[in-house]
Ligand binder design. Structure first.
Ligand code: 5RP
Length: 219
């Protein structure tokens, strides 16, 4: 099976986690896009969605799914999104698709985070995928120096501006054995908006696309 077929299979499997009559949180990226396309088939059975990016909002709207602003919503039962890496403790690196801050915000009000990922995303230790950090543009170099002091090698994703008008530093060469502590440590750097470690609030369910089918596990 191709990687896209694996992504499609987990996106399809995630539809079973969508509660009827409710508003759900929707992530960003190619796997989330397959999920949005699948969700279109049940658009009349859900109230709508909160999107984690302008791109996902556009795709949801194109599929006729009603959009809600997060400020209109107190709680979401479910948030469905992909990941760049996920470890055995359900901690993730996200943000390859630039949407990490809004993803983290929408996920924070969800009762359950359903992670949909192809098998290549499952790792023993997070960090082979460079850790995205969203920074206020003015603070980019100041933050980069602090990230070097933490042992990382930040690279500015030049030309990329987030939905929030900020910049992204991709931090290479981190072997992340303590993801909860590192998430908090990086978020404490002045000028950081958020970082792509989803550890304090990791996934609750993982739907992993493998050659043998979708393997589901719960934290
Ligand atoms: C976007 C993300 C995505 O979930 C992550 O990059 C995975 O993307 P894809 O589903 O395209 O492999 O965090 O900010």
């Amino acid at each position: 099976m191709t990687q896209d077929e694996l992504k499609q299979a987990v996106a399809q499997a995630a539809l079973a986690y969508v509660p009827e009559g409710e508003i759900i949180g929707v992530g960003t990226g190619s796997t989330a896009n397959f999920f949005i396309d699948g969700l279109a088939g049940m658009r009349d059975r859900i109230k709508g969605a909160v999107a984690s990016s302008e791109a996902s909002a556009k795709r949801l709207a194109a599929q006729g799914i009603r959009l809600f602003d997060l400020n209109e919503v107190e709680h979401l039962s479910v948030y469905v999104d992909g990941a760049d890496e996920i470890d055995g403790g359900f901690c993730m690196i996200k943000g390859g698709g630039v949407a990490l801050t809004r993803e983290k915000i929408v996920a924070s009000v969800a009762g359950r985070f359903v992670c949909i990922a192809d098998a290549s995303k499952k790792v023993a230790v997070l960090g082979r995928f460079p850790l995205p950090v969203e920074v206020i543009p003015l603070a980019r170099n100041a933050v980069a120096r602090q990230l070097v002091a933490l042992g990382g090698r930040p690279v500015w994703r030049e030309g990329v501006v987030t939905d929030n008008g900020n910049h992204i530093l991709d931090v290479h060469d981190l072997a992340i054995t303590g993801p909860v502590a590192l998430e908090a440590r990086i978020n404490a750097i002045v000028g950081v908006v958020t970082n792509g470690l989803f550890a304090a609030r990791g996934a609750d369910v993982l739907l992993l696309g493998t050659a043998d089918g979708v393997v589901s596990s719960t934290r």
